[in-house]
Design a protein around this ligand. Structure first.
Ligand code: M6R
Length: 616
């Protein structure tokens, strides 16, 4: 959580670009923001509680001078309330050393006590301010900024990405990383630093990623990277294929809406280049690194993830069981540490994460690896921690996802897991070439079949369904089999952006408790598309109706049986059963969006949330 952007250039005013970059990171935290600029007379800092727009308003009134060196931050509070005073950047008591920080300093109370005893006076309640004082302490005693930062970070416990500038050393920017991500941009006229690539796309397309424990000294014309022992590390930049436009709204009211509508293209980007239709197989890139023999060697699968990615992981488990006949389990990554230690030799653990920076998922991955297990990451961000540390990797190629409510990333993950199931099924011989070809054809046919979901009659159906949800406090989403993860995901989407309580449930469980809640003010969203669960879902809908409950059904276009029972229908195309989750989730995303819009919620930045949850 928290977003960092910093820049140091040979010339020119870099402040507007830094603020524009910060805007693309606002999804990481948005309770306060701040900016520091280097001037010939020292460092000027502006900080404001609230969103970046509040800081922009402050800057419009009380601006900063143009500068070729600037550092900015958007915050998701851990220590200290979201006030002006607690906003980053933080300075030492002489205003010489300025720090922004993403993460938590666990021993900050101890460090605070030590520095206070030496006469340091603090002006905020944050753990970060302690770092500014600690770095200043070493810097004043003769260490250059990089050395002072390294000494300070050696004393700090916890997780961090920090970027530091000093009025004593203008033209230098120091970054250090432990757990929280840091990328370095390499430009013709400067060096840049941020917590995510999208923030720097308007400045450069060439990037380096700092590894855990590393630090960097950046100047307008160069960068030096050091490992945890202080040894120089040589690393070549990589070129990022994302464009600045992909990280912008492109005329849509919200990123979430843009990202929902991008999903047919995500299918093409994630899948189509990888399909080997004549062989009925899938070819992942080199980083996948698992050949047929390795895939035949696994006896069990384990899937781990959090939030929306957890729902994709549940589908992955089902798809792998179905197509590759491999048993598996799916765990919340945060629960893994408390689970029994099982032998890892013949298991593959699949970690699913859009950002590749979710602390719970990374912790679980490292624990599996420490126990000798093999890990495969399914991830959307090249260069992220998961992408670098997982032993094997499939990238989802969804492009940057900015809306806090994940939509296209789920779609890309499920598409990738479907392809993984085909790949493993082909390697293990549970799918013949013809069967593989048929599965790939289903995937190719899906894309045009999704188009009607974005046409006006589908949007009208979503509006009519939203009429039933806007007035209520609570509701239930039901699904069975492959549609259960879709129900869970639909409920998560609604609750996180509309703040209406929504519970996803296996439909068979309804009679075992939740049915007691059913009345006209407690609607049920039921996924009743063709397939193995259809008849039982019809029975569930009838049971709800018999108790004066109101039903919104996701059903195949033209399904008269469902239409006769339900109060509102979200029509979907009739696609191959294993791919139905990809079609069915779209109207549920649209429904959540529409309800939240009608309720006037902050759709792209819902309260209390952050896009990338980098603390456990
Ligand atoms: O980046 P990840 O996929 O690891 O993120 C996991 C969750 O934090 C994320 O899916 C979260 O639940 C979203 N807000 C859901 O919309």
């Amino acid at each position: 959580m928290c977003g960092i952007v910093g820049a140091v250039q040979t010339h020119g005013n870099v402040v507007p670009a830094v603020l524009a970059g910060l805007k693309t990171l606002e999804y990481r935290g948005y309770d306060s923001a701040g900016l520091a600029v280097m001037t010939p007379h020292g460092i000027q800092v502006r900080r404001k509680s609230g969103k970046l727009s509040a800081l922009e308003a402050e800057l419009a009134q009380n601006g900063v001078p143009p500068s070729s060196q600037a550092l900015a931050h958007t915050r998701w509070a851990t220590h200290g309330a979201p006030t002006d005073r607690n906003a980053h950047p933080h300075c030492d008591d002489r205003g010489e050393v300025v720090v922004v920080h993403n993460g938590i300093i666990e021993n900050y109370a101890e460090l605070h006590g030590m520095l206070a005893a030496q006469g340091h006076a603090f002006s905020s309640e944050t753990d970060t301010e302690v770092l500014a004082h600690l770095i200043a302490h070493f810097h004043r005693n003769g260490d250059d900024l990089h050395s002072a930062t390294r000494k300070a970070m050696a004393l700090a416990h916890g997780a961090y990405a920090v970027v530091v500038i000093s009025a004593r050393e203008p033209g230098t920017m120091v970054a250090a990383r432990l757990e929280s991500p840091v990328v370095i941009g390499v430009g013709e006229h400067g060096r840049y630093v941020a917590s995510g690539i999208p923030a720097l796309l308007n400045l450069t397309r060439d990037f380096l990623v700092l590894e855990n424990g590393e630090s960097a000294r950046l100047t307008p014309t160069g960068h030096e990277i050091y490992d945890a022992r202080g040894q120089r590390v040589e690393r070549a930049p990589f070129r990022c294929e994302w464009t600045p436009e992909q990280a912008e709204k492109g005329g849509y009211a919200h990123f979430m809406l843009k990202e929902i509508e991008e999903q047919p293209d995500v299918l093409a980007r994630t899948a189509f280049d990888r399909l080997r239709d004549p062989e009925g197989d899938v070819a992942f890139e080199d980083e996948f690194g698992l050949d047929d023999a390795a895939l035949r060697g696994f006896r069990r699968l384990r899937f781990m993830a959090m939030g929306t990615s957890f729902h994709a992981a549940l589908l992955g488990q089902m798809l792998l069981a179905e197509l590759a006949r491999l048993p598996g389990e799916t765990l919340n990554a945060s629960e893994f540490l408390y689970s029994a230690r099982l032998p890892e030799e013949d298991s593959l653990t699949v970690i699913v994460s859009q950002s590749g920076e979710t602390a719970d998922s990374l912790r679980a991955m490292r624990e599996v690896q420490a126990r000798g297990g093999r890990t495969l990451g399914i991830c959307n961000v090249r260069g992220s921690t998961l992408a670098r540390e997982a032993r094997h990797l499939v990238l989802t190629h969804c492009g940057p996802e900015v809306g806090v409510a994940s939509t296209k990333a789920f779609f890309g993950q499920v598409a990738a897991l479907y392809m993984l199931a085909v790949r493993v099924g082909r390697a293990r011989g549970t799918l013949s070439r013809e069967q593989g070809q048929a599965r790939l054809l289903d995937l190719r046919k899906l894309r045009p079949m999704l188009d009607p979901l974005f046409e006006s009659d589908a949007k009208q159906a979503v509006e009519a369904a939203a009429d039933l949800l806007v007035p209520v406090r609570s509701c239930l989403y039901l699904g069975r089999g492959l549609q259960l993860p879709v129900a869970l995901e639909g409920a998560l989407k609604l609750k996180e952006i509309s703040y209406i309580h929504a519970e996803g449930y296996p439909a068979g469980e309804m009679k075992h408790g939740p049915i007691a809640l059913i009345d006209p003010s407690f609607p049920v969203v039921a996924i009743a598309t063709p397939g193995r669960s259809y008849d039982k879902m019809i029975s569930n809908i009838q049971e709800v109706k018999a108790r004066q409950g109101r039903v919104i059904a996701v059903a195949a276009r033209g399904d008269r049986k469902v239409a006769a029972l339900a109060d509102a229908v979200l029509p979907v195309p009739e696609v191959a059963e294993l791919l139905a989750p990809l079609a069915n989730v779209i109207p549920l995303q649209q429904l959540a969006y529409t309800v939240a819009l009608r309720l006037g919620r902050d759709i792209d930045q819902p309260r209390n949330l952050a896009k990338s949850v980098t603390v456990e």
